[in-house]
Ligand binder design. Structure first.
Ligand SMILES: C[S@@+](CC[C@H](N)C(=O)[O-])C[C@H]1O[C@@H](n2cnc3c(N)ncnc32)[C@H](O)[C@@H]1O
Length: 390
């Protein structure tokens, strides 16, 4: 019991303490940005991708769906059911659902207008069966209500967290460490042009706040060293490009260790990988968003409805695991700007088998098969959790 308590406290404080500092810094940053940029980010600025014909083709599969077979198995969708795909992305999971289950309706959410243009294309090919919804998890409750979708009415929901290949592969979006582009990383910068981008964060926050972000969201052991290198560099000139940031991070390590870290396929990983992850999570507020998304799934799934959640790093998986276990996560709340809904959460009463909201469909986390990882290395660190709404 004591051990469990200590583990919980240790891992919570790992998330929360740096978050507190980071959120204070974030609020200061936002105020500064609002006053100095009059509603415009110092980043590359909004690009309207909704009109981009290359983005609107539903023919090609711009993103290989992760653990497709497992998702279909655990969602176990029946004909004419209503499914909520909370992360449409390139539409890989939705397309598979549409082609395997007759007369199903998919509510297809994404915060990225590029993904929604693909969903709109798909909606034209499957009349009445795909309903594209542009927005964030944190906006979804209102968006569903506007569509007259009632709480407790959805049969299955999928949340495939993180970034799509479309986002990663387009240098101009600034997610990629290997392609040079503006240091942006916003998933919906088009919709919220005054939202600070990664360049705003690295050029404006103080060293301590930067180190906190790298520790909290990248689990980067060398956070202080990297933060100090960033601050030193920007004294001379601002860091505005992805490759520039990658070299600043690399420059704070001896040359021999730049590729000394290994990924889960034992391939060399650049030392800036965790820094990029941390900035992306921070810029897009991904953990609070994930928590909001899980709460929406809990509200809108009907009893017996199924939820699949795919995550790509341990911070996300830990949050999902605890949520499905019934832990009260409302104390994630105090670093969140969206306090209202989390405070209203009711305490959860444990049941012997799961909790009052969820019955796990498999106790252990599901990981991709070796063949799938070989075919789609980007899915190598994915983890799937599946549960039934009580
Ligand atoms: C891994 S991709 C999904 C890929 C998709 N399952 C497929 O098969 O193509 C994740 C998608 O979720 C979207 N996303 C991430 N966070 C979100 C949020 N808070 N609200 C809505 N969409 C989000 C991203 O824009 C991205 O398109």
């Amino acid at each position: 019991m004591i051990m469990i308590f200590h583990t919980t406290v240790r891992s919570y404080s790992m998330i929360q303490k740096p978050h507190l500092a980071a959120w204070r810094a974030w609020r200061r940053l936002k105020l500064r940005l609002h006053s100095s940029f009059v509603g415009a980010s110092s980043g590359p600025g909004p690009v309207d991708r909704s009109e981009d014909p290359s983005a609107a083709s539903a023919e090609k599969s711009p993103h290989t769906p992760v653990m497709l077979k497992e998702v279909l198995q655990y969602l176990d969708i029946k004909p004419a059911q209503v499914v909520l795909d909370m992360t449409f992305g390139g539409g890989g999971h939705t397309k598979a659902i549409l082609s395997t289950v007759p007369e199903v309706t998919v509510l297809a959410l994404d915060r990225d207008p590029t993904a929604i243009s693909l969903a709109q294309q798909l909606a034209k090919e499957h009349i009445g069966r795909v309903k594209p919804i542009l927005g964030r998890f944190s906006e979804l409750e209102d968006l569903l209500s506007n569509l007259n979708v009632k709480p407790g009415s959805i049969d299955a929901a999928l949340l495939d967290a993180g970034c799509s290949s479309m986002q990663m592969d387009e240098a101009e979006r600034g997610f990629s460490l290997s392609k040079d582009g503006p240091l942006d990383m916003r998933m919906d910068g088009d919709r919220y042009p005054d939202m600070p981008c990664a360049a705003d964060v690295v050029n404006t926050l103080d060293q301590q706040a930067l180190a906190s972000i790298l520790t909290a969201y990248g689990e980067e052991r060398h956070a202080r060293k990297i933060a100090s290198a960033i601050v030193e560099t920007r004294r001379i000139s601002p860091i505005t490009r992805t490759q520039q940031l990658a070299s600043v991070v690399a420059g704070s390590f001896p040359a021999a260790v730049i590729y000394a870290r290994k990924d889960r396929l034992n391939r060399p990983a650049h030392v800036a990988t965790k820094t990029f992850q941390a900035l992306r999570i921070f810029v897009n507020d991904e953990l609070n968003e994930l928590h909001a998304g899980l709460r929406v799934a809990r509200t809108f799934l009907k009893p017996g409805g199924r939820l699949c959640v795919i995550t790509f790093h341990s911070l996300e998986d830990r949050l999902v695991k605890r949520f499905l276990r019934g832990d009260d996560l409302s104390n994630l709340d105090h670093f969140s700007p969206r306090k209202k809904s989390a405070r209203n959460e009711k305490p959860v009463h444990e049941k012997r088998d799961g909790n009052m909201y969820w019955l796990p469909l498999r106790r252990k986390v599901i990981t991709p098969e070796k063949d799938d990882v070989r075919e789609n290395p980007r899915g190598r660190s994915s983890k799937l959790r599946a549960a039934l709404r009580r």
